[in-house]
Design a protein around this ligand. Structure first.
Ligand SMILES: Cc1ncc(COP(=O)(O)O)c(C=O)c1O
Length: 376
C-alpha cells in the first residue's frame, strides 16, 4: 500500500499511551532476571484467573500451546475425536492433531460465525471425547446448548477463547464456562503480549496441575519427569507486560465497542452486512468483520484509499492443502465457505479516531455496490 492513511492496527499508539507503566514493568524483569516464569508471570496468572472468574490460570508461551496442553490434560489421545469448526484460525484444528486425535468438523451458524449447536449431535460417535467451540472475532459461541449436549454425552468442553478476552456469555466471562479455556496473547490480540503468549483457565485443580507440569517438561519437581512434557513456559517479560495491560483491558474493550457502534450506525444503510451481536453475547470485537458480495473489490477499493483491511479467514481449514486429508471437500460446510468468500475486517483498535472511522465508512459506502444477503 503506497500511502497508509488508516492502518488496520496501531500497536505503537497503544504503547505510547502506557509507556511509563510498561517501561517500569520491563525494568523490574531486567532487575530480577526472572526471564522464564517468575513472580511477574505468577502475579499475572492470579489476576487473569480473577478476571475470568476461575480458580486457575496457567500461563504458557502461546495460544496454540494452550490448546495442545488443554487437550492433553483432558486425556485426549490417538483414536479420539474432537468436534470443532472449520471457520477459525488453523490452530484450533491443528492442536487436535498435535494431540494425535481426529478433528471432526461441523459448520458454523452464519450470523454469529460460531459453532452451530444444532450440528453437534449428528457428529458424535463412540470415539468423541471433547467439543472445542471457538469464540470467533470476540463473540462467544452459544455455550448453553453446547454444555448441555456435552454433559448429556459425557464430553469435555474446551473453549477456544484466543480472540475473546473479557467477552461474556449471558453475563458470564468466557474462560469460565467450559471445563477449560484457551487464550492467546499474540501481540495484536485485545490483550496482547510483546511477543508470544497464551494461557489456560479452569476451575479444575487437576487439569491445572497437569498443565503446570506439561508446560515445564512434565516435572513434578526439578529433574523428576512424571509426564512427557514440553517447553511451553511463559517468559517473564510477557507476564510483566500482560500484567500492566490487563489493568486497561476493560477500558480498551469499551473503546472498541464505541467504535463498533459508530461503524454500525454509519454502515446501517450500506451494501455491506455489519456484524450481529447475538442476544447472549457481550462481544469484545477483536475483529470488526463485514460481509460483502464483492469482498475482493471492496478490499481493493479500500487499499486504493490507503485503508488497511484483513480477511479472517480466506480459506476454511477443511479446504487448506495441509488439511485435505481430514477428508472434507468443497461444499462440506456451506456457511463456512460462504463466510470465507465474503468477510472483510475493517480497521479497529481502541485508539482509532472517530474521524478515521468516518473515513473508512465513507470509503466502504462509496465502493460497495452489490447488496449482501448471505445470512438472510
Ligand atoms: C481462534 C484462535 N485459536 C488459536 C490461536 C493460536 O494462538 P497463538 O497464535 O497464540 O498460538 C489463535 C491465534 O491467532 C486464534 O485466533
Amino acid at each position: 500500500m503506497a500511502n497508509v492513511k488508516v492502518p488496520y492496527l496501531d500497536l505503537k499508539a497503544q504503547y505510547q499511551s502506557i509507556k511509563s507503566e510498561i517501561d517500569a514493568a520491563i525494568s523490574r524483569v531486567l532487575e530480577s532476571c526472572q526471564f522464564v516464569l517468575g513472580s511477574e508471570v505468577a502475579a499475572f496468572e492470579q489476576n487473569f484467573a480473577k478476571y475470568c472468574g476461575t480458580a486457575e490460570c496457567i500461563a504458557l508461551n502461546s495460544g496454540t500451546s494452550a490448546l495442545h496442553l488443554a487437550l492433553l490434560a483432558a486425556g485426549i489421545e490417538p483414536g479420539d475425536e474432537v468436534i470443532t469448526v472449520p471457520f477459525t484460525f488453523v490452530a484450533s484444528v491443528a492442536a487436535v492433531l498435535y494431540a494425535g486425535a481426529r478433528p471432526v468438523l461441523i459448520d458454523i451458524e452464519p450470523r454469529s460465525f460460531t459453532m452451530d449447536p444444532a450440528a453437534i449431535e449428528a457428529a458424535i460417535t463412540p470415539r468423541t471425547k471433547a467439543i472445542l467451540p471457538v469464540h470467533l472475532y470476540g463473540q462467544p459461541a452459544d455455550m448453553d446448548p453446547i454444555m448441555d449436549i456435552a454433559r448429556r454425552h459425557g464430553l469435555i468442553v474446551i473453549e477456544d477463547a484466543a480472540q475473546a478476552h473479557g467477552a461474556k456469555y449471558k453475563g458470564r466471562a468466557v474462560g469460565s464456562i467450559g471445563d477449560m479455556a484457551c487464550f492467546s496473547f499474540y501481540p495484536g490480540k485485545n490483550l496482547g503480549a510483546y511477543g508470544e503468549g497464551g494461557a489456560v483457565t479452569s476451575n479444575d485443580p487437576e487439569y491445572a496441575h497437569a498443565i503446570r507440569m506439561l508446560r515445564d517438561w512434565g516435572q513434578d519437581r526439578k529433574y523428576h519427569h512424571v509426564l512427557r512434557g514440553y517447553n511451553y513456559r511463559m517468559e517473564g517479560f510477557q507476564g510483566a507486560v500482560l500484567g500492566v495491560k490487563l489493568r486497561h483491558l476493560d477500558q480498551w474493550t469499551e473503546a472498541r465497542r464505541r467504535i463498533v457502534r459508530q461503524y454500525n450506525d454509519l454502515l446501517a444503510h450500506s451494501d455491506v452486512e455489519t456484524p450481529v451481536e447475538m442476544p447472549w453475547a457481550q462481544h469484545v470485537y477483536h475483529v470488526y468483520t463485514v460481509r460483502s458480495n464483492d469482498r475482493d473489490g471492496l478490499q481493493a477499493a479500500l487499499t486504493g484509499e490507503g485503508i488497511q483491511t484483513g480477511i479472517h479467514y480466506p480459506v476454511p481449514v477443511h479446504m487448506q492443502p495441509a488439511y485435505a486429508d481430514l477428508g472434507y471437500g468443497p461444499g462440506a460446510f456451506p456457511h463456512a465457505e460462504t463466510a470465507a468468500k465474503q468477510v472483510l475486517s475493517l480497521p479497529l483498535y481502541p485508539e482509532l479516531s472517530a474521524q478515521a472511522v468516518a473515513q473508512v465508512a465513507a470509503a466502504v459506502k462509496a465502493s460497495a455496490k452489490a447488496p449482501t444477503a448471505a445470512t438472510k
